[in-house]
Design a binder for this molecule. Structure first.
Ligand SMILES: [Fe+2]
Ligand SMILES: [Fe+2]
Length: 172
């Protein structure tokens, strides 16, 4: 059974993951309208992943005798000054989420909820990837310069597959 403090912090994370999903969906829509289909696709997939993170939390809270609350999500920005600034926002947001996951780990230790501490490790590992992916994109953007967004938009579609293949390679 979850104690009320743990239940509360996990429900706060439900809101944060749901907002992440909305934020990336808003970014995807912005990129799509601007004709950047590759970037939009990357962000649509990212938005779906964030929704799955939210669902993971909802199910865990309910399974452990708590009650998951689906809140209102803050309305994300609808316009972004440019692709680079937008991806800087993605990285900043992921760093904020990492800090928030770390707070959950710390509270689990404080409350001696080692089951949740163990369960939340999946998110700890996931955040390593999330930050790496955003950084990888910013590095590419820095290399290409502002004038080559066409190439970047084409290249970004292969990044996820390349990362998955690299991970599979290191796992064996
Ligand atoms: Fe997430
Ligand atoms: Fe994320």
């Amino acid at each position: 059974m979850l104690n009320t403090k743990i239940e509360k912090i996990l429900n706060e994370q439900v809101e944060k993951e749901g907002y992440s999903s909305s934020l990336y969906l808003a970014m995807a829509s912005w990129a799509e309208v601007k004709g950047m289909g590759g970037i939009a696709q990357w962000l649509y997939v990212q938005s779906d992943e964030e929704r799955l993170h939210m669902l993971k939390l909802v199910k865990y809270i309910n399974e452990r005798g708590g009650k998951a609350i689906v809140p209102n999500f803050k309305k994300p920005d609808t316009d972004f000054p440019g692709v680079k600034v937008m991806f800087e926002k993605v990285l900043g947001h992921e760093q904020y989420i990492t800090a928030s996951i770390n707070d959950i780990v710390a509270l689990c230790v404080e409350e001696k909820d080692f089951t949740t501490q163990n369960w939340i490790q999946w998110f700890v590992n996931e955040q390593i990837e999330e930050e790496r992916n955003a950084r990888q994109i910013l590095d590419k953007l820095a290399l290409l310069g502002d004038g080559n967004l066409y190439l970047f938009d084409r290249d970004i579609t292969g990044l996820r597959a390349a990362n998955a293949a690299a991970e599979a390679g290191t796992a064996t």
